[in-house]
Ligand binder design. Structure first.
Ligand code: SAH
Length: 474
């Protein structure tokens, strides 16, 4: 390591910035965003630095020669686009023992700028010893994705309580344990979820901080996580983080193996969903096991296909968690209907053609009979049907009864966003036949004029029977 990362106190004095053109402005933006007091020498004479009024208050435009300017109290010198002046300035700074950076010139720099992840009080600096800023930026992007957006708020939250906790817990190791439990438990989770008021109240409610720190059992929690329709890259960053943090994951059968691969290796996985022909453990048993695991101090993830609140019984699970007083959070996922629409390029709304969307489930013919089809008469409504394969004949009958034309375009989209995704397109008249042509579920049905715009059936293999009755109908 040639360059030691240290953090410069910008309150200690001004930074002198020397240079020209866009390079100068870019550095000026970096320093201004950090809150530095800046003295700028624009050596090309162009004083138009595009400053906002609030920045302008902290930025002094210097007119004299930087090589002879007074540097008393200055904390660092930065040269960007300063060519020879930069080199001369470096010599001068070094003679004075002042830290100096000459952009893209390691030889004349005594410090370099890292790539920065800026989350308020939490700042991560990434350096490559000046070898490759592009590599540093890539690393920064990875860290950006990993760090919760509100990590800075968490630091600030803790900062607000530090003094009082210091006074209440004398021993340092115990104090550290206290903060670890706060950060890793439901209070930390509340701050990261943007519920600072809740976190504040929970922390204030801790009557005896030392006892809280000493408790050997960590506080458990449950995250209801939407896994999306199958493609692991469609997991949200939050979902991925939850999978990495979990001690135990209860997952549906629908969740793809590639997604389960994103769970941390030593995490316990428990399949709990129904599979065709095989019953699952049942909703009550799922609730009970989640609650027990959380009460035992585990970080529980309940991983569900698509979105937890779309035909996923997430509502019931949340109620059970609330009743048991378990801390929980909900992380949405991409529901199968949206995944299928994107995969097969079916815009669910379309100017003048489709102005409403209905998501409905028609599980088994029995449920299809209880759907109120009369609400689906509007031909400008796109209907997305979940669990509709077996009920296809009943769905067709219902939509006919609602007055929908037999020529209404229909798509059956199976295993969407997965490598073996398949789409079959036709008309409402042929719906049961279209379903037969898909080689197994899960599948969603999209019904409405918008299906006409479907763009991509590219995943179909030649031996799959593809009908484009739509073309024939036109
Ligand atoms: N919560 C889930 C839906 C669960 S109900 C979500 O938001 O997507 C199960 C139904 O979802 C299946 O019968 C099927 O209609 C649909 N489904 C789930 N994954 C799918 C996939 N990859 N492709 C097509 N349909 C899918």
């Amino acid at each position: 390591m040639r360059f030691l990362p240290v953090f410069l106190d910008l309150k200690a004095g001004p930074v002198v910035l020397i240079g020209a053109g866009e390079l100068l402005r870019a550095k000026l933006r970096v320093l201004a965003a950090a809150g530095a007091r800046i003295r700028v020498h624009a050596i090309d004479g162009n004083q138009d630095l595009g400053l906002s009024p609030e920045d302008a208050a902290r930025i002094e435009i210097a007119t004299g020669d930087p090589l002879t300017a007074d540097l008393a109290g200055v904390i660092a010198i930065v040269c960007a686009g300063a060519s020879d002046v930069g080199v001369a300035m470096s010599v001068r700074a070094k003679a004075l023992g002042l830290p100096v950076n000459v952009m893209d010139d390691l030889e004349h720099s005594s410090f370099i700028f890292p790539a920065i992840v800026d989350r308020g009080d939490v700042v991560v600096a990434v350096g490559t010893g000046g070898t490759s800023p592009v590599v540093a930026r890539r690393v920064r992007e990875k860290i950006e994705a990993l760090l919760p957006a509100r990590i800075g708020e968490l630091a600030e939250f803790i900062g607000g309580f530090r003094k009082s906790i210091n006074e209440r817990i004398a021993e340092f190791p115990l104090r550290r344990r206290f903060w670890e439990r706060v950060i890793d438990g439901p209070i930390g989770a509340s701050v990261l979820a943007g519920r600072k008021g809740e976190a504040d109240a929970a922390l204030k409610a801790i009557a005896d901080p030392s006892e809280f720190a000493r408790a050997d059992k960590p506080e458990g929690s449950v995250a209801l996580v939407g896994a999306g329709p199958g493609d692991p890259d469609l997991l949200t960053i939050k979902a991925l983080r939850a999978l990495q943090d979990a001690d135990i994951v209860f997952h549906d059968e629908l969740v793809s193996g590639e997604i389960l691969d994103r769970i941390r290796r030593d995490t316990t996985r428990v399949p709990v969903g129904r599979r065709v022909g095989k019953p699952g453990i049942g909703q009550d048993a799922i609730n009970k096991r989640m609650i027990e695991a959380a009460q035992a101090g585990q970080r529980v993830v309940r991983l569900k296909g698509g979105d937890p609140f779309v035909f996923g019984r997430g509502g019931e699970e949340v109620e059970a968690l609330r009743a048991a007083g378990i801390a929980y959070s909900i992380i949405p996922g991409i529901t199968a209907g949206l995944g299928g629409a994107a995969d097969f390029e079916v815009p669910l709304t379309y100017r003048h053609e489709a102005t409403r969307i209905t998501f409905l489930t028609a599980h088994k013919a029995r449920d299809a009979e209880v759907v109120d089809w009369s609400t689906l008469t509007d031909t400008k409504m796109t209907v997305v049907v979940y669990m509709g394969m077996t009920a296809a004949p009943a769905i067709r009958a219902g939509l006919f009864a609602a007055g929908r034309s037999p020529e209404t375009p229909v798509g059956v989209f199976a295993r969407v966003t997965r490598p073996d995704a398949q789409g079959v397109i036709g008309t409402l008249r042929d719906l049961p036949e279209l379903v037969r042509r898909t080689h197994g579920g899960p599948a969603i049905l999209i019904i409405g004029d918008v299906v006409r715009h479907a763009g991509s059936l590219r995943r179909q293999t030649p031996n799959q029977i593809i009908s484009d009755l739509l073309d024939a109908a036109e």
